[in-house]
Design a protein around this ligand. Structure first.
Ligand code: UFG
Length: 328
């Protein structure tokens, strides 16, 4: 298929673009490089540098695009509380421009990168797709608003769309992994300690209502996540908007994640308890039963040590690249 992939300089978008190319698709990327890395864009893709809202119409007007995979977005919960305007304009307004352009140029297949943050603090786990959506931050609210927009565009204009609600994406795929200028995510931060780039990892709260007192999350391997995008792309039906959770149906506490990183890296990884982080729920675990049943999604890298091992391999490569890069 001839595909437009937005945000393919970011972590999730770049891995998905690489996997789409491996499956023989023709990939054009739009990314403004505001948070992504140019070198993460797979070499087989055509790259258009710029904002999606400015570039999408000229790209889609070339004709013959079969589908769009939309990853470009701001995605940090804390930042969204401090700078909501960046999220409403950057996420919602951008996606509306994309949808309008799809309608104008008869592109009717969309896969959208959504999030568990649309559910907010769940009353119980595992979270299924029919749980109430009550986001507790602007990031989740923008993604939920986009889901509403997609539903109405799908019905009115015959677009076949799937929103994939990611839980905690982690791991790496070959030479692509988590490589952000400002890192806030648990696994890459722990691995920076193992690499010697940080002194210790802070555990945000050990008084949560969980077995060991630390927060529990559902970690999903980035490569399994990419497979779900392929399945969604191939099965979208005109006029229908489907929503699926993507997780592993299992949860690990912050302490368990640190322990897995100690095992995989062989490094002691000093840890210190710090206050809870604002906006963090205690436990987030997905039910992915719906996508397994309907699209036959079959994640194969669900073991936490496998996820950490791939992330560690990438982190070490990154450390070596930084070390050997010319200075000045
Ligand atoms: N944590 C620490 N110390 C750290 C960093 C994180 O204890 O230095 C804890 C957090 O408090 C949380 C857990 O580790 O309990 C995971 O935190 P992450 O920042 O790695 O991920 P989040 O669960 O906060 O958020 C991720 C995505 C969001 C998405 C959310 C939905 O980054 O975009 O999952 O599940 F909305």
């Amino acid at each position: 298929m001839k595909l437009l992939v937005t945000g393919a300089a970011g972590y999730v978008g770049s891995v998905c673009a690489a996997v789409l190319l491996e499956h023989g698709h023709d990939v054009t990327v739009i990314d403004n490089l505001s948070t992504g890395n140019r070198e993460a864009i797979p070499s087989g893709a055509r790259f258009v540098e710029g904002d999606v809202k400015d570039c999408v119409d000229s790209v889609l007007s070339e004709g013959n695009f079969d589908a769009v995979l939309h990853f470009a977005a701001r995605s940090l919960v804390g930042e969204s509380v401090e700078m909501p305007e960046e999220y409403w304009h950057g996420n919602v307004a951008t996606t509306l421009a994309l949808l309008d352009s799809m309608v104008a140029h008869n592109v009717s297949n969309l896969v959208f990168s959504s999030t568990a943050a649309t559910y907010g603090e769940p009353a119980s786990v595992p979270i299924t797709e029919d749980f109430p959506t009550a986001p507790t931050n602007p990031y989740g609210a923008t993604k939920l608003s986009i889901d509403y927009a997609i539903t109405s565009y799908a019905h009115a204009h015959g677009i076949g769309a799937t929103s994939l609600r990611y839980f905690n994406v982690a791991g790496a795929y070959g030479s692509i992994g988590e490589n952000r200028e400002i890192e806030t995510h648990l696994i890459p931060l722990i691995l920076q300690v193992a690499l010697g780039h940080r002194e210790k990892i802070f555990i945000f709260g050990d008084d949560w209502p969980t077995a060991d007192g630390t927060a529990v999350r559902d970690y999903i391997h980035i490569r399994d996540l990419a497979d779900a995008h392929l399945l969604a792309l191939e099965s979208n039906e005109p006029g229908t908007h489907r929503i699926y959770n993507l997780g592993s149906d299992d949860g690990y506490s912050v302490k368990q994640v640190i322990e897995a990183c100690r095992t995989v890296t062989g490094h002691p990884i000093p840890a210190e308890v710090a206050p809870r982080r604002a906006g963090d729920p205690a436990v987030l675990i997905a039910s992915s039963e719906k996508i397994m049943r309907e699209l036959h999604w079959n994640p194969t890298r669900t073991d936490l040590n496998t996820i950490v091992r791939d992330a560690w391999e990438f982190t070490r490569q990154l450390g070596e690249r930084a070390h050997s890069a010319p200075r000045g």
